[in-house]
Design a binder for this molecule. Structure first.
Ligand code: DGL
Length: 269
């Protein structure tokens, strides 16, 4: 039995890591489409095709439930995949909704009309494709009114992380935070809207200042998945857990081991 976790590369490990701690009895099959990362500079049709192929691969390997632990894939492909129709007994879920429910102080599945919420000035850091999709703002508008969102497309950060160049990644984060602050000098909250960014959460927090509440998706998605599996215990799937990549397994394994600080062995997808 395994739940599928998908990302373009290593970012989804930030979700997997918390999910494994929260749900120690659940097996996870992680799929990193490293050969095609980063997704954030691709167009929506291309992201859809890549995501569609990876999710179908995970379904074929016995995962009934696949989590898109990738905001870029969630923004460009989730709604389209769901509208195109999902095979019987299979599900695919994204990472936006748990985050927006936390930001807007909603319980899971609260579908009441949008209302005013505590937070009014929100900084969104995400990939160029996620920012241009405006998917975050669309999902937020279903739940909250009067929230001003300033989005910063963080070009280069995912590439640097995938290359293991954390010095460059940190420098890019600082310059993207500066650029955001020129547009919105005093955000109350900041959303790390890319699952790679929690690997740099300290850099974001330092650059933003301690008064800004930084939201990242690991805990929120893991909690929402735990809740989902209690309500749908039949979605645990078949097959075994593990780590798959379309990239070079030895290189991807080394980086993953460095990020999670435990031995991770990727195999060729
Ligand atoms: N982790 C992906 C996300 O959450 C990164 C996308 C990319 O490959 O650019 O958006």
């Amino acid at each position: 039995m395994a739940v599928g976790i998908f990302d373009s590369g290593l970012g989804g490990l930030t979700v997997l890591d918390v999910a494994q701690k929260r749900l120690p009895d659940v097996d996870f099959l992680y799929f990193a489409d490293s050969a095609h990362a980063p997704y954030g500079v691709r167009d929506a049709d291309n992201i859809y095709d890549l995501t569609h192929n990876a999710v179908h691969d995970l379904w074929a390997r016995g995962c009934d439930l696949v989590i898109l632990a990738c905001n870029t894939a969630s923004a460009a492909a989730l709604r389209r995949m769901q509208e195109a129709g999902v095979p019987d007994g299979k599900r695919v879920l994204g990472v936006f909704v748990p985050l927006i429910e936390a930001l807007t102080e909603r319980q899971w599945g609260d579908n009441s009309p949008p209302r005013e919420v505590e937070v009014q000035h929100v900084a969104l850091f995400a990939t160029p494709a996620t920012v241009s999709s405006r998917a975050f703002q669309r999902e937020l508008a279903f739940r909250a009114i009067g929230v001003d969102v300033e989005a910063q497309a963080c070009g280069g950060v995912v590439d640097a992380i995938e290359d293991g160049d954390m010095i460059l990644a940190e420098a890019l984060v600082r310059s993207h935070v500066d650029a955001l602050k020129r547009k919105m000098p005093t955000p109350q909250a900041a959303i790390l809207g890319c699952t790679h960014y929690p690997l740099l959460s300290e850099t974001f927090q330092q650059a933003l200042g301690s008064e800004v509440k930084v939201y990242s998706q690991g805990d929120l998605v893991a909690e929402s998945l735990a809740d989902y599996l209690i309500r749908h215990p039949n979605m645990l799937g078949k097959g075994e857990g593990g780590f798959l990549t379309t990239g070079k397994p030895s290189v991807v394994s080394d980086r993953a081991t460095q990020f999670l600080r435990r031995k991770i062995n990727f195999e060729a997808a």
